[in-house]
Every structure is written in structure tokens, then in C-alpha cells.
Design a protein around this ligand. Structure first.
Ligand code: NAG
Length: 328
């Protein structure tokens, strides 16, 4: 993949050189920069502030700010579009039986994206998600949650990245900010809904206590919630789904809201699940309270660590605790 990107860039550079030999000399400052820097072809799961600053002008890219409307109004990345992440918003709805934070109809997500200037399938837009940073780490979880929502709405994962460190990371590098609100040019967005990575309560019920068969259930909530000493408002009973292990999503970020290295995260995962656990592990089922940290685990395990088989129980503890016992 990188090889083909390199040859693409090399071709672009050669084309530029071939078109210019007869041109009179101009000062470097006067030469319009028409080619795309090579580094801009490398679009991973996390992008740094300087990458975004350097590459945004060269790419078909939409930057989506997930912070509150008030935070966006105060200051944001130039050109970024405000689509706040709230439990009930463009990104999530109330589900059956009043389940908070469920996937909205995919057609609604597609309409939102089209209105924000995201086109699909062609020309395919890349998306960079921008979150806030806080304690508890719910603002950080907004980006992985929206990333899983975009996957569900049919956008290829390779076209979605998270700005490492969120808006505070950008601001701390003294990059430009603005209060100017851009007007997006609406585009057409069509895709096929993808539920392949989502599992329901019956699937989870059928796969408890299957570690010896290579299936493990991972709870992304904080330790005290997992062990039942603290109860969150959305679960009816304290504790966790029977046989689940605990890998708190909040531990994936540094204090400044930037992501820990993939090696540090792999060590965390292995200390919980076992030291032989690698990318081809049978299956990891992730869940949390309502779906934010479950999405954090899903994004981190699949995109940052590259695990093959991870599925997400979106109903999470809020749904499970309505029907079944929790374990302490
Ligand atoms: C539950 O977890 C919290 C936070 O780690 C800890 O302080 C507490 O002692 C634990 N309680 C039990 C019963 O294990």
C-alpha cells in the first residue's frame, strides 16, 4: 500500500518536473506549491496536529469537531465543521426499550455526512474527528464512538482518522484557531450499512465463559464500575456481565488526551487477557455502560492494534442488566 503511494507521489513529482523545464526561474517563495507532500498519503488511524495543518489543503478532507456547540463557537480549527457528539444527536439515538446511545438509522447518518460535505463513494472524502479532553474521559471516547458509527454507516475505515490529543492538542501546539463558521458544500453520500461487527444480547448470552474456546468478553468501564463498588445511572444492577474481564478504555489515553502507544496498549490488553494474546485471537466481544468505551475498545483493538476479530455489544450493561444478573 505504502509502495503504491510512493510510486504515485513519485509519478506526480516527475510529472511536475517534466512540465516545468522551460519555465523561467522564479523565486522559491513565488512558486505555487501544487504537489501533495508525500507524508499526506499516509493516513492512519491517528493523525497529529502538524499533519492535519500541513495536509488538509492538499486532500479531499472534512474535519468534524465533536465538541459542544459552545466550545466550537469559542474557538475551533479553521475549516472544521461542528457536529457535536451527544447521547441524542446526529450520531446516536434512543433505542428500543429506551436504550441510550444506540446507532441511529444509517440513512440519517449518511444524510448528515452528505450535508457536511462528505462524498461517498467517489470522490471519497477522508474524515478527521476532533474531540475534547476531560476527566472522566467521555470527551475522548466521542471520536472512537463516532468512528464506529461511520463504519456502521458504510464508510471505509481507512478513510476515518482521529486527531491525536483532540482540540486541546491542536491548541497546545499554537496552531491557528478561528471563530469563523464555514459553509459546507453538500455532497452525495451513499453507502451500505454495515452491522457485521455488532452483536446482540442473545449472542453475548450464548458466549459467556468461553475463554477456553478463544472467546473473551471485555468490559471497557472503570474498575470501580466493573467491580460494582460504583453504579452508573444507566445500569440497573451493579457489577459486570458474567465472565467479563476488565480493560478500562480510559487507560488508553495519556493525561493530555493523546493516545498511548500501541505497545503500551497491547501490554494492558495482555495483562488482562493473557500474554499469548495477539492479532489473530479467536474473538473479543467488547461492551461498556452505553457504548462509548465499548467503541473505544473496538477502535483501539481493530485500528491501533490491528486485531482481526472484535465485535461490539452496543446494548451493553444498560440492556443486559434489564434482563439478566450481573456478576460482582
Ligand atoms: C473496586 O475498584 C476500586 C477502584 O479500583 C477499588 O478502590 C475497590 O477497592 C474495588 N472494590 C472491590 C470490592 O474490589
Amino acid at each position: 500500500m505504502i509502495g503504491s503511494r510512493l510510486s504515485l507521489a513519485a509519478t506526480a513529482l516527475l510529472g511536475l518536473a517534466a512540465a516545468q523545464p522551460a519555465a523561467p526561474p522564479t523565486s522559491p517563495a513565488m512558486t505555487p506549491r501544487t504537489f501533495t507532500p508525500l507524508v499526506c498519503y499516509i493516513f492512519g488511524e491517528l493523525v497529529s496536529p502538524w499533519w492535519l495543518q500541513k495536509c488538509a489543503p492538499h486532500l479531499n478532507l472534512v474535519v468534524i469537531d465533536l465538541r459542544s456547540a459552545a466550545e466550537y463557537a469559542e474557538s475551533h480549527i479553521p475549516g472544521s465543521i461542528s457536529l457535536p457528539f451527544d447521547p441524542i444527536s446526529a450520531w446516536s439515538v434512543m433505542g428500543p426499550g429506551d436504550l441510550l446511545l444506540e446507532m441511529p438509522p444509517s440513512a440519517d447518518v449518511m444524510a448528515t455526512l452528505g450535508a457536511a460535505g462528505v462524498s461517498n463513494p467517489s470522490p471519497a472524502t477522508k474524515i478527521v474527528l476532533v474531540n475534547g479532553v476531560g476527566v472522566p474521559a467521555f470527551p475522548q471516547a466521542a471520536s472512537p464512538r463516532v468512528a464506529t458509527t461511520l463504519k456502521y454507516a458504510g464508510i471505509s475505515e481507512g478513510r476515518v482518522a482521529v486527531l491525536d490529543g483532540g482540540f486541546p492538542g491542536w491548541a497546545s501546539e499554537s496552531l491557528p484557531v478561528t471563530t469563523v463558521v464555514p459553509t459546507p458544500v453538500p455532497k452525495t453520500y451513499t453507502a451500505t450499512e454495515d452491522r457485521s461487527f455488532l452483536v446482540d444480547i442473545n449472542y453475548v448470552k450464548a458466549n459467556l465463559n468461553k475463554r477456553n474456546k478463544g472467546i473473551v468478553l471485555l468490559d471497557g468501564r472503570d474498575e470501580a464500575v466493573y467491580n460494582g463498588s460504583v453504579m452508573e445511572e444507566w445500569a440497573l444492577k451493579p457489577g459486570h456481565i458474567p465472565s467479563a474481564l476488565n480493560l478500562p478504555g480510559k487507560n488508553f489515553w495519556n493525561e493530555d488526551g493523546s493516545w498511548k502507544s500501541s505497545l503500551e496498549i497491547l501490554v494492558q490488553l495482555r495483562s488482562v487477557v493473557g500474554y499469548s494474546v495477539g492479532r489473530t485471537y479467536g474473538q473479543i466481544i467488547v461492551y461498556c455502560g452505553v457504548g462509548g468505551y465499548a467503541s473505544t475498545l473496538y477502535f483501539t483493538l481493530t485500528r491501533i492494534l490491528g486485531f482481526d476479530n472484535v465485535v461490539m455489544y452496543d446494548g451493553s450493561a444498560q440492556e443486559w442488566s434489564k434482563y439478566y444478573d450481573m456478576e460482582l
